[in-house]
Design a protein around this ligand. Structure first.
Ligand SMILES: [Cu+2]
Length: 157
C-alpha cells in the first residue's frame, strides 16, 4: 500500500521550501543589495553647494621647474559651501588630477578622484563629500602636486 497522506505532506513541504527560497532570493535582490549599494544620504547642501572652488592648471605645467602647477596648490574647502571643485586646464598640454595612492581618502559618494585626461582649455569637476586631506598629482607629470583640505562647513552640522 502506498501512503498518500504522507506523500501529500511531502509535496506541500517541498512547495513551501521552494516558495521560501524564492521569497528569500527576491528580498535579497530587490531590497538588500540595492540598500547595501546605495550612496550615503547626504545633506542636500553638500550635494549642491552654493559655490565652486576653482583651481587653475597654469601655463607651462608640463615643464618641470615651472614656477607653479596647480593654483592654489593648497586649497581649503568647506563642506556644504565650496566642496565642488573645478580644475581648469590653462596649459597647452593634457593633464590629470589623480589622488596620491598613499592618501587614505575615499569618497563614498563620488568614488575615486581619478580624472580622465583634461585637455587644454577644458575643465574637470569633482564633488568632495567628506572631511579629509586629499593630496593629488598629475600622473603624466609627477612634479605637479596639489592638495585640498576639506573641512566641516559653517552651514553643516
Ligand atoms: Cu600633467
Amino acid at each position: 500500500m502506498s501512503l498518500p497522506s504522507s506523500s501529500h505532506a511531502y509535496g506541500i513541504g517541498l512547495i513551501a521550501v521552494i516558495i521560501g527560497a524564492a521569497v528569500g532570493i527576491s528580498y535579497y535582490q530587490l531590497y538588500f543589495i540595492p540598500e547595501y549599494n546605495a550612496k550615503p544620504h547626504l545633506d542636500p547642501k553638500i550635494i549642491n553647494p552654493g559655490q565652486t572652488t576653482n583651481i587653475a592648471i597654469v601655463s607651462g605645467s608640463s615643464i618641470e621647474g615651472n614656477p607653479q602647477y596647480f593654483v592654489p596648490a593648497k586649497q581649503p574647502i568647506q563642506l556644504g559651501v565650496s566642496n565642488l571643485v573645478v580644475w581648469q586646464n590653462n596649459d597647452n598640454a593634457a593633464h590629470f588630477v589623480t589622488i596620491d595612492p598613499k592618501s587614505d581618502y575615499k569618497d563614498r559618494y563620488s568614488g575615486d578622484l581619478d580624472s580622465p585626461p583634461i585637455m587644454p582649455s577644458k575643465t574637470f569637476n569633482f564633488l568632495f563629500t567628506q572631511e579629509g586631506t586629499v593630496k593629488y598629482y598629475c600622473k603624466v607629470h609627477a612634479w605637479m602636486k596639489g592638495e585640498v583640505d576639506i573641512e566641516r562647513g559653517a552651514t553643516t552640522s
